[in-house]
Each structure stands twice: as C-alpha cells, then as structure tokens.
Design a binder for this molecule. Structure first.
Ligand SMILES: [Zn+2]
Ligand SMILES: [Zn+2]
Length: 323
C-alpha cells in the first residue's frame, strides 16, 4: 500500500531524516538501571533469536546484556548469577522476551518532537512500518489536530455540537425565516465586524450570525441576525456579543437590528428563559421516528435542568419527564 503524502499545513514542522517507521528496542540496564534504546530498523526480533545472538551493551556503564554474561546482582547467591546456571539462563531468556515478544514491547521515534517513546505513545496506522503506528506521538498528534481543527479538541467539538443540537430542539418553531436580501440591505452588504464588502451570490464568503447564541436559547430572528464574513463568523461562534464586539459596535448593532442594547452589552451571558418549553415537549413527542424517543427525552431533561427551566413546564409535562 502506498504511503499517504503528508502535507505540512499546520505550521508544526517535521524533523528531517527521522526513520519514523523503524522499531526501537528499549531495555533498562540490569547493572546501572539506565534506559537504553536501540534502533533495529524495520524487522522485529524473535525472542529466541535475540536470546541466542544479541549482545546489548549499555551506553551508560558498558555492561553487556547477553546469555554469556553473569548477572550483576550482588545480593543473589553466587550459584544463581553464574551465566551457566539455569537461573541465569532463565533470566536472560525472559529479559530478551520482554524486549521483543510483542509489538507493544517496542518503541519508536516521533518525527515531530523527536523523542523515542513506547509503542503506546503512538496511535494505530495500518501498514506503516512493522509497528503499524503513526509517525507522530499522540502528544504531537493532539497539537496537530488542534491546529487543523479550528482551536478546539474533538471532545469540545462533540460536546458543543450536542449542546447546540439540544438547544436547537428547544428553539425549533421559534426561529424566523431570514430573507437574505433584507439582511444584506440592513447591513449595507458589509461584514458587520470587518466592514468588508460581501457578495450576496458567493454563499461561501458570508454567514447570517446568531447575535445572541442559540447556546443560550435565543432563536434566530430578524432582530437577532447579523451579517458577517465567513472569517468573522468563525471567530464569533457561540460567543456572547459583549465578548466579541466593542462597545461602539454593540451600539451600532442595536441600532441596525433593534435588539436590546442592555442585553447585548451584558458582561455575562444571560439565558433566555422566555421560551415555550411545553411546546418543545409537544414537538418532541410528535417527531416521527419514535425509536430514539427515550434518548431525546432524557437529552431534553438534562437540558431543562442545566438551563434551569424545569419550573417553566406544565405539571403534566413535569410528570411526563419524571420531574
Ligand atoms: Zn548500564
Ligand atoms: Zn511527538
């Protein structure tokens, strides 16, 4: 199988010349207890071969690890440390087996941070070298993914998408249809944040932004929509307006949209409790596929608790949801 080309789009550079598919042996010196690492290339060792043929010399103290060496354990009886003894033979057999038996026994070098790390520090990648592991360690991979994945970890993306989906469930039916031509007219065809001219037909270059985020239960209404360039919208995301706009921008925004300036300028996000939660429960019960109903109900339940909206439910719906 051909190797996937790695393009460096992250600004996190790779170290040239690192044999990142190679396997490394690691062992702790039995004499001085220092860690030793040996690059063995792309062919893994058989434990029995390693026992028969290998001589691994400690880079710190020079002790030779091989079946012909006496064990350097001074507190063991002399008869047990002699290289001809059965105890010594068994020790060396196990010593070489530990270092070579499984793929998991080996180490490899990350071509990002340059460290030689144990097998488990790398994620799986089929067909890459004898260990079938990725070329960067999980630490570096995490950094690369964070850079590729606009500033957020997978887990954060997952959580925020669940939360948004659940919030959308509450907001469904409260949203208004936004007429794009009117939106462009209101904002004079410019990104409200960057003042860049936007092209209405270039759908990829602009976004209608939720000024007060759906995360805090504000529906998408004409009053709650701003015209932003794609880039500005990317950095706005779920931010509360006061976190994203300057005071002057907030004043202007309130003027354009008719939104409540005091609310926009609030230092802390304010959850919209002015929402018909009973209508939401009704919508939820009307959804066609009943298979996920229990899951959706429990999602809604969590959401109502986290938004402190339980008391807004009718008694009947409280009972239904098990409050
Ligand atoms: Zn040593
Ligand atoms: Zn690394």
């Amino acid at each position: 199988m051909s190797r996937r080309k790695t393009r460096n789009v992250t600004g996190i550079s790779r170290i040239e010349g690192i044999p990142y598919h190679d396997a490394w042996i690691s062992y702790i010196c039995v004499n001085c207890k220092e860690l030793n690492l040996i690059n063995i290339g792309q062919e893994l060792l058989q434990p029995s071969e390693a026992f028969e043929n290998s001589i691994w010399e400690c880079t710190s103290c020079g002790f030779r690890h091989c079946k012909g060496s006496d064990l350097p354990f001074e507190n063991w009886p002399k008869a047990f440390i002699d290289s001809d003894s059965i105890t010594s033979v068994r020790f060396w057999q196990a010593f070489f087996r530990i270092a070579t038996e499984h793929k998991e026994s080996y180490w490899k070098q990350c071509n990002c941070c340059g460290r030689v790390l144990s097998f488990s520090a790398f994620s799986k990648h089929s067909d890459w070298g004898p260990l079938e592991r990725q070329m960067e360690c999980r630490g570096c991979k995490g950094a690369i993914n964070a850079e590729l994945n606009p500033k957020r970890t997978k887990q954060q993306l997952y959580e925020s998408s669940i939360r948004r989906r659940a919030a959308e469930l509450l907001l469904e039916g409260e949203n208004e249809t936004i007429i794009i031509e009117d939106l462009f007219k209101r904002f004079k065809g410019k990104c409200f944040k960057t003042k860049k001219d936007l092209e209405i037909n270039d759908r990829q270059s602009w976004a209608s932004d939720h000024i007060l985020p759906s995360k805090y239960l504000y529906p998408l209404t004409i009053q709650n929509t701003a015209l932003l360039s794609k880039e500005a919208n990317e950095s706005k995301r779920d931010k509360w307006p006061n976190e994203f706009y300057t005071n002057n921008e907030l004043i202007e925004l309130a003027k354009i949209t008719g939104a409540n300036l005091e609310l926009l300028s609030s230092k802390m996000p304010i959850i919209n409790t002015n929402i018909d939660v009973d209508a939401c429960v009704t919508r939820l019960l009307m959804v066609r596929e009943q298979s996920n109903l229990n899951k959706r109900l429990s999602e809604l339940k969590k959401l109502l608790i986290s938004y402190n909206l339980v008391d807004a439910l009718s008694n009947e719906n409280k009972k239904l949801l098990g409050f």
